[in-house]
Write a protein that binds this ligand. Structure first.
Ligand code: NAD
Length: 481
């Protein structure tokens, strides 16, 4: 069984706690591996190491920093299957999806490696004809990275790669549920031989280690992805001490299906967007808003297709959907299903824990569909983070968009329509950071900005060129001879 210590100052260092966290396979509750439970002292040591490495790392050219990222990409690529396998075992994502995510991590590293040689500022004409005015970018210094369990490779990399290329050093704390996979990624980063102290990793409870990351005065920026509940606390603490922060949080993402939509395509995308990864994506479709005139035909096709979904161990080739990540997450999903029933929604498919032979020790739930859902219901408002679809019937697009916007979140949204005016109206009126036409609500490209509106984000964006805005500060330079 694999075990990882803290990673501090370029070394694997045993935590002074002498305690470990064991990560379990959500398929059968066997132990997959473990990590040290870090202490606050371990974390502070990691921050000190990142701080000491900061100046030399910042002074390297972007091209030189990029070389480390290229090497990290190569090592991760060589280990792709091992990393993906560990991910499947630890958090239940199917193996093909886990391989896709790891390949994404490789691509992100390469994208930001190249970023070290791209422009970093603007020349701005001064009103003084003898002066030269321009902007340049400075790194923040030490960046704290706090991540969720649902994309244990891609999310840490899409935060750490830009942090590094723009000259920051990193202290990283993954979610415990996926900490072994995250540590495996660090093993690859270690092989890329970054200078000591540039990258550091500690593990532990969010309420202890995560909180200290937000409080440590030597951490200059905090990039957080997780629930809005935790994000709010992280943001408030960071703001209180003047640290820069970035919060990417939950969603309650709709797909709107208009009367002119290609119903078969809409059904496929609803299933893929809502149920892949067991609905545990921040961009997962959870509300399906359907024009009344095609409602019955859409519903019939949807239920027929969902019946064919094979739920099981993500390592098995024919498994389409794996388990919930943990017992806690399974219970959350089951409790929302219960609330849905109590509030008057009609359960038309699934709704139960799966206890069939071979799956009885796992955290499996049936893909679930409710109808007769209205926008005020809890299952239409709160993020469930499970394979639960709520069908909402509307009379036209105007009502559809109104309902789609009737939530506190604004991460992603999709529409299925063949009518150009419908597309344009949706693109303009939808309150979401990611709007997708004739494509599922989940789906992010690494070279494009990603982030939400409303309660889904602190309104900055990640990935692509947008990452530069968070991981650097603009310096306006005025030079006169
Ligand atoms: P979570 O909020 O419970 O935990 C996220 C991270 O915060 C973990 O590392 C956790 O240990 C840490 N943490 C917990 N308490 C903390 C505290 N008091 N101070 C500092 N850190 C603390 O979220 P989760 O269950 O791991 O992930 C699921 C959530 O993440 C969902 O809401 C999902 O929508 C969201 N998510 C958002 C995006 C996005 O890009 N918008 C992507 C993936 C997941």
């Amino acid at each position: 069984m694999v075990h990882f210590n803290n990673y501090i100052n370029g070394n694997w260092e045993k935590s002074e706690s002498n305690e470990k966290y064991e990560s379990i396979n959500p398929v059968d509750q066997s132990v997959v591996g473990s990590v040290d439970q870090s202490t606050i002292n371990d974390l502070d040591k990691a921050v000190e190491s990142a701080k000491s490495a900061s100046l030399a790392w910042k002074k390297l050219s972007g091209a030189a920093r990029g070389q480390y990222l290229y090497k990290a990409a190569d090592v991760l690529e060589e280990n792709l299957e091992d990393v993906a396998k560990l991910m499947t075992l630890e958090m239940g994502k199917t193996y093909p999806e886990a391989k896709g995510e790891t390949a994404r991590g490789v691509a992100i590293l390469r994208y930001y490696a190249g970023e070290g040689m791209r422009e970093e500022g603007d020349v701005i004409p001064s009103t003084d004809p003898d002066a030269f005015m321009y902007t340049k970018r400075s790194p923040l210094g030490v960046v704290g990275v706090i991540t969720p369990w649902n994309f244990p490779v891609a999310i840490p990399i899409w935060k750490m790669a830009p942090a590094l290329i723009y000259g920051n050093t990193v202290v990283f704390k993954p979610a415990l549920e996926a900490s072994v996979t995250a540590a495996k990624v660090f093993e690859c980063l270690h092989e890329a031989e970054f200078p000591k102290g540039v990258l550091n990793m500690v593990n532990g409870d969010g309420a202890v280690i995560g909180e200290r990351i937000t409080e440590n005065p030597d951490i200059n920026g905090i990039t957080f992805t997780g629930s809005d509940k935790v994000g709010k606390v992280v943001g408030q603490t960071a703001l209180g001490r003047g640290a820069k922060y970035q919060l990417e949080m939950g969603g309650k993402n709709p797909v709107i299906v208009t009367k002119d939509a290609d119903i078969d395509k809409a059904v496929e995308a609803t299933i893929s967007g809502g149920l892949r990864s067991t609905g545990q994506k921040c961009t997962a479709t959870s509300r399906v808003i359907i024009d009344a005139s095609i409602y019955d035909s859409f519903k019939e096709k949807l239920v027929e297709k969902v019946k064919d979904i094979k739920v099981g161990d993500g390592m098995q080739e024919d498994t389409w959907m794996g388990p919930c990540v943990s017992e806690k997450q399974l219970n959350t999903v089951l409790s929302y299903i219960d609330i849905g029933k109590k509030e008057g929604a009609t359960l038309i498919h699934g709704g139960e824990r799966i206890t069939s032979s071979g799956l009885e020790n796992g955290f499996f739930v049936q893909p679930t569909i409710f109808e007769d859902v209205n926008s005020a219901m809890t299952i239409a408002q709160e993020e469930i983070f499970g394979p639960v679809l709520a069908l909402i019937k509307v009379k036209d697009l105007e009502e559809g968009i109104k309902i789609a916007n009737d939530v506190e979140f604004g991460l992603s949204a999709s529409i299925f329509t063949t009518n150009i005016q419908n597309m344009l109206t949706f693109i303009d009126d939808m309150e979401a950071g990611l709007v997708r036409v004739n494509a599922e609500s989940a789906g992010v490209e690494l070279q494009a900005p990603f982030g939400g509106m409303k309660k889904s984000s602190s309104h900055s964006r990640e990935q692509g060129q947008a990452a530069k805005e968070f991981f650097t500060s603009i310096k306006t330079v005025f030079v006169k001879g």
